[in-house]
Design a protein. Structure first.
Length: 105
């Protein structure tokens, strides 16, 4: 594992009455690296992404959010834990495809 990435299994669970914002098309699971986990979040407490990643377990549900106004990458897809804390981003290589699938849904 590289210092700046963490691999988690992201699984969309089918639960009655639960809307999975950022669900990627008809896929029910996706394994990808999370980049940017060594940067602090922009919230009031400057929460630590790496610590939040350490609280996650393989199979945890995460939320994918498009960030079209991201100054570094208009295709950016942010990854948030089920606690609402940002973990990092989908890699720049995968973000355009994943973002497209989110928009189609």
């Amino acid at each position: 594992m590289r210092n700046s990435s963490l691999t988690l299994l992201m699984r969309a669970l089918y639960l009655p009455g639960v809307h999975l914002q950022g669900y990627v098309g008809d896929m029910d699971e996706l394994t990808t690296s999370i980049v940017g986990i060594d940067f602090p979040n922009e919230d009031k407490s400057k929460s630590n992404r790496r610590m939040e990643c350490m609280l996650c377990a393989p199979g945890d549900v995460v939320e994918l959010r498009l960030e079209p106004k991201n100054p570094f990458d208009a295709n950016a897809v942010a990854i948030f834990s089920d606690r609402g804390t940002q973990l990092g981003y989908v890699s720049a290589e995968r973000a355009p495809l994943i973002g497209k699938r989110i928009k189609e849904d």
